[in-house]
Design a protein around this ligand. Structure first.
Ligand code: FEO
Length: 409
């Protein structure tokens, strides 16, 4: 075994170096990448993240160099995209009793993606701890960094943060650690941040605030170099690059949903805003909602999308509790958009629009769009029957891009 494969005490890199030009998110990674996976060989052996779906078999062979997979107790999945969860089916088929540790949404997605309905899952809530026999893992939910289900893992004894995509770089390096890199890694690190994380910068700021409270000696991400030299400098870089500037515009998406169709629309709106470089936060308004937090988020945002599905000709969830507050707030500098999914009729979207019109927000409707842009081929408010088909999605993106253009002016 190569000495460099040891990351921390009893902790081994068991990933895969992909030195091809890798197609990735509409890009080609000219320098390739790595899929970093880690085996913590404790009393309850634990694997943190896996490798790309193309290399599942190689991955299991690498794991076998260290341990009989049947002895693995936990497999932690921080992020379900297949470049990190893709080795899970191959590993899980050998690690027959391993419990899969992930967020609630992560579990739902993994079960569907890999037909793992019969496997045992341990569902993580923000801040949960897990004793793996000799080491303690803590988990923090980090939604939208960069997909909704993501979390990060911190090993208390080793002071190692395992943040999956966050703090990554795309380089097919065989040297694990940044202090062993033959070239300055700053450019690769910064480019990765800008492409993958920057569209979600309000969430980056939240994450930074939380990890600043941890004692971190090493960051072991899932692509590229493990950072063990100048760790604080890399955290500072994320902090600096994600700070809002005066010119930055931000959006907020608040919604209630009955069957998750309105949630899907909320996520498409988020993607459309990202296309325009406008970061957005997404908040589901349900019985656990803290109305004061939502009001604070509304006051910070430049455009707010309010959504609900329709049930019995009315809204669902707690979105109405939020809307009732609007008339007491100064929203005169902001754009407001109503949206929602419906089955038979779509009254909820119209009721939301009525609430917006009772406040002093600038309601994005047909009249405002024609006056501001002359366009008459986008639809506001945004009403979508069930789920948008491909044509509906294009129309939705076009509408959201129009709001983006209004914002950045
Ligand atoms: Fe490296 Fe979001 O996958």
């Amino acid at each position: 075994m190569k000495k460099e494969m040891l990351v921390a005490e009893n902790t081994y890199w068991v990933g895969y170096v992909d030195d091809r030009k890798v197609p990735f998110h509409r890009l080609i990674l000219e320098k390739g990448t790595t899929y970093n996976s880690y085996l913590l060989k404790t009393e309850k052996p634990t694997v943190i993240d896996t490798v790309d779906i193309s290399f599942g078999r190689d991955f299991v062979e690498t794991v076998k160099n260290h341990i009989d997979p049947e002895d693995i107790k936990y497999i932690v999945i921080n992020h379900v995209e297949p470049d990190h969860s893709g080795g899970l089916p191959a590993l899980a088929s050998k690690a027959k009793d391993a419990i899969i540790v992930t967020t609630e949404l992560g579990a739902e997605e993994l079960k569907e993606m890999y037909k793992l309905h019969d496997r045992e899952f341990l569902i993580i809530k923000d801040g949960d701890r897990l004793d793996i026999g000799g080491k303690t893992l803590r988990f923090f939910e980090t939604p939208y960094l960069h997909t909704e289900e993501t979390m990060i893992t911190y090993c208390e004894e080793d002071k190692v943060l395992y943040p999956c995509d966050i703090f990554s770089s795309h380089v097919a390096t065989k040297e694990l650690f940044n202090d062993l890199a033959a070239e300055d890694i700053k450019e690769d690190f910064d480019v990765y941040y800008k492409l993958i994380m920057h569209p979600h910068r309000p969430y980056v700021q939240d994450m930074i605030t939380r990890i600043r409270k941890l004692d971190i000696e090493m960051i072991a991400p899932s692509h590229g170099y493990i950072l063990r030299e100048n760790v604080d400098k890399f955290i500072d870089t994320y902090d600096e690059m994600s700070k809002p500037s005066k010119e930055d515009k931000e959006a907020l998406i608040v919604y209630s949903t009955m069957t998750n169709n309105t949630k899907k629309i909320a996520n498409y709106i988020l993607e459309g805003l990202e296309d325009k470089g406008i970061p957005a936060k997404v908040i589901k308004a349900d019985k656990n909602t803290n109305i004061d937090e939502i009001k604070e988020a509304i006051l910070k945002a430049d455009a707010i999308f309010f959504g609900s599905s329709t049930r019995y000709a009315d809204m669902v969830g707690s979105i109405e509790d939020v809307l009732k507050e609007l008339k007491n707030m100064d929203l005169s500098s902001k754009l407001g958009v109503a949206f929602g999914s419906y089955g038979w009729s779509g009254e909820a979207v119209e009721v939301i629009n009525d609430y917006l019109n009772e406040s002093n927000i600038n309601v994005v409707d047909r009249s405002l769009i024609i006056k501001s842009t002359g366009m008459d081929d986008v639809q506001f408010p945004i009403r979508i029957k069930f789920n948008p088909d491909e044509q509906g999605k294009e129309m939705l993106y076009k509408s959201v891009h129009t709001v983006g253009d209004l914002l950045v002016g």
